[in-house]
Design a protein. Structure first.
Length: 289
C-alpha cells in the first residue's frame, strides 16, 4: 500500500474499492457463468420453448437444483484424474528445471566477468523475439529423430536448459544484491558455487517464486506441446484432455463446464495465495543495466 493510499479517508477508500469492484465485474462474469453452468442440469441450460426461463436471464444464473454430479460425471466421462496427474508431473519437473537452470546461468551473467558476456546476454535476450512457430517444425523433427515422440521428454528436457525470460529476471535481481556479500564470502574461502547456493539463492525467494509461478502457468495451460508430441491417451494433459473431452462429449455442456472449472480454479487459487510474492518479485527485478 503506497503512502498516497494510506492518506485516503474511509469514504474515499470505500469509493475507490467500489469502482475497482465494478470494473472487475466484466472480467469475472465469464468465470462465474462457467461455474454456474457446471452446476446446472441440461434443462436449465437449455430451457426450451415451453419454459419461461431464458438461458441468459438473471433468474437462470443460480443453479436450481445444484447438480454436483456433473463433476463426478465429468471425471468418469474421460480420465481427468490421469490428465491431472500427468499435468502436475510436468509442472513439477518444468518448474524445478527451468528455475534452477535459469538461476545458474543468470548468476554467471550477473556476477562473473568474462569476455563477450554482454554480447552473449544480448543474443540470449534476442531469442525471446523469435516466435515459437518458427522453431516448431525443426524442434519436432529433432525430437522425433531422438526417439522422444510420445514421451514426456520433449515437454520436460528443454526446461533444464533455461528460459531467456527467467534468466533476465534472475540477472536483474542478482545485480541489485550488494557485491560486499559475495566479497565477504570469498574472504572466508567460499567458492562461486557455495556463494550462489548458500548466499544468493536464499536472498532470492521473491524472484524464484515469480519464475516458478510463470513456469507453472505455462506448463499448466500448454496445449501445443501435448498436441504435437503425445499420441497416447494415458499421457494427455488437462489442457489437451479438455479438447478431447469437448470432441467426445459434444453437447454435454454441464460436464464440459465442470471439467473446465477443475482446470481453471487451481490457477486462480494459486495466484491469490502467491500474488504478494509475485508482485514483489516483479517489482524487484528492475535492477541496473
Amino acid at each position: 500500500m503506497t503512502p498516497h493510499t494510506r492518506r485516503l479517508n474511509p469514504a474515499q477508500r470505500l469509493a475507490s474499492y467500489s469502482v475497482l469492484c465494478l470494473l472487475a465485474i466484466p472480467y469475472l462474469l465469464p468465470l462465474l457463468w462457467m461455474i454456474s453452468t457446471s452446476l446446472k442440469g441440461e434443462r436449465q441450460i437449455f430451457p426450451g420453448e415451453s419454459s419461461n426461463l431464458s438461458p441468459v436471464s438473471l433468474s437462470n444464473v443460480i443453479p436450481n437444483p445444484v447438480q454436483w454430479r456433473n463433476y463426478t460425471d465429468a471425471m468418469h466421462a474421460v480420465p481427468l484424474l490421469t490428465y491431472l496427474r500427468n499435468t502436475l508431473f510436468l509442472c513439477a519437473v518444468n518448474v524445478t528445471g527451468s528455475v534452477f537452470s535459469s538461476a545458474v546461468v543468470a548468476y554467471g551473467f550477473a556476477r562473473l566477468k568474462f569476455r563477450g558476456r554482454d554480447t552473449l546476454l544480448i543474443v540470449l535476450l534476442a531469442t525471446m523475439a523469435i516466435p515459437g512457430h518458427v522453431t516448431m517444425i525443426p524442434t519436432f523433427v529433432l525430437f522425433q529423430k531422438l526417439g522422444w515422440y510420445n514421451t514426456f521428454l520433449p515437454l520436460t528436457v528443454p526446461s533444464f536448459f533455461g528460459s531467456a525470460l527467467f534468466i533476465f529476471l534472475f540477472r536483474q535481481f542478482f545485480i541489485t544484491l550488494p557485491e560486499e556479500f559475495s566479497e565477504a564470502a570469498r574472504l572466508e574461502g567460499a567458492g562461486e558455487w557455495s556463494i550462489f547456493w548458500h548466499l544468493i539463492l536464499p536472498l532470492s525467494k521473491s524472484v524464484i517464486a515469480t519464475c516458478a509461478l510463470f513456469a507453472f502457468l505455462g506448463t499448466w495451460g500448454d496445449f501445443m506441446g501435448p498436441l504435437l508430441y503425445m499420441n497416447d491417451p494415458n499421457k494427455y494433459t488437462l489442457a489437451y484432455g479438455l479438447q478431447q473431452f469437448s470432441s467426445a462429449q459434444d453437447g454435454k455442456w454441464a460436464q464440459l463446464m465442470a471439467a473446465s472449472t477443475v482446470f481453471t480454479l487451481p490457477v486462480i487459487v494459486l495466484f491469490f495465495f502467491a500474488q504478494r510474492t509475485f508482485i514483489q518479485g516483479i517489482s524487484t527485478t528492475g535492477g541496473k543495466t
